[in-house]
Design a protein. Structure first.
Length: 298
């Protein structure tokens, strides 16, 4: 019994040494793992020559690829539809809704026949199918890894193909630019009587004037938020805007017009503090966000 108790300290000492050796071994393994991870991180100050096998494949001279991934035909097709709608399904719904809305407006103005509705709807459906086929044929020839120049050239082809279907405020506001009519619009025009065309054109002119007036009022309210105009000042400036609508197409343009007013005319419409504010550049804030909506593509 005494011998066993005498051997017990030796046993504890051996156990402690084993634990210590295991701890040292674990620490060494951890240090080696950290060193390996550090070797994987590029060092900006390291001037040693890298292993050629680890270097990326060098580009050829003049290789200016824009995309670092494959531009599959599906990607190009999505890009084509994004110029006129969110995607293919969105464009189909927008086209059908547009045709239905135009036919309903004509029905309210001067009446339509079931035959006219059927012809126009069929023309719109066929036009959608043809556009879908044209886009598929075009993107089948698209480059997979385009350079900047190839991308711009092919994007212009897409824009040319989809231009008749873009909203009017993308294509019809530039001076001298006449929006191209789609096939269904041409079918509609050919099947209207002269009397119906006159009624529609008169209504279109009224709608355009209404939208222009709404836009002037919106800009006038934005000016009022900056200057703090009274109700009388708003009424006076509304007459000024109606008399020269060309100067009220945007907030920036209206601000420049008001700032360039002769001093005598400014004193007629504005207070001293308002004239001082007009002499400074326009600063945008959240208060200048539009509060009224108007339809631009009708």
């Amino acid at each position: 019994m005494m011998k066993s108790w005498k051997a017990f300290p030796r046993l504890l000492l051996g156990l402690a040494m084993s634990v210590g050796l295991a701890s040292d071994l674990a620490a060494q393994v951890k240090v080696q793992a950290q060193a390996q991870e550090k070797d994987k991180i590029p060092n900006a100050l390291d001037r040693s020559v890298a292993d050629p096998n680890d270097e990326p494949e060098p580009r050829e001279i003049g290789d200016a690829r824009l995309m670092q991934f494959e531009m599959e035909p599906e990607r190009w097709a999505d890009m084509a539809y994004s110029t006129i709608a969110g995607n293919r399904g969105d464009f189909e719904q927008i086209l059908r809704r547009r045709v239905r809305m135009v036919l309903n407006q004509i029905e309210q103005l001067c009446g339509t026949s079931p035959e006219l509705r059927e012809k126009v709807t069929e023309a719109a459906d066929l036009e959608f199918q043809r556009l879908d086929a044209d886009i598929a044929a075009l993107v089948a020839e698209a480059p997979r890894r385009p350079t900047q120049e190839q991308y711009e050239v092919f994007y212009r082809k897409i824009a040319e193909l989809t231009s008749p279907f873009r909203p009017a405020f993308f294509t019809g506001n530039a001076p001298g630019v006449t929006p191209r009519r789609t096939v269904w619009e041409k079918v509609l025009q050919r099947n209207l009587t002269e009397e119906q065309r006159e009624i529609i054109e008169t209504d279109k002119a009224k709608r355009a004037e209404y939208r222009s007036r709404v836009r002037r009022l919106e800009i006038l309210l934005q000016v009022s938020r900056v200057l703090g105009l009274s109700s009388k000042q708003l009424q006076d400036l509304e007459r000024v805007a109606d008399a020269s609508p060309a100067g009220w197409t945007s907030l920036e343009y209206a601000w420049s017009v008001l700032s360039a007013m002769p001093e005598a005319q400014q004193k007629e419409y504005f207070t001293e503090s308002q004239r001082i504010r007009l002499s400074k550049p326009l600063e945008y804030t959240n208060d200048l966000r539009p509060v009224m909506l108007w339809e631009l593509n009708q």
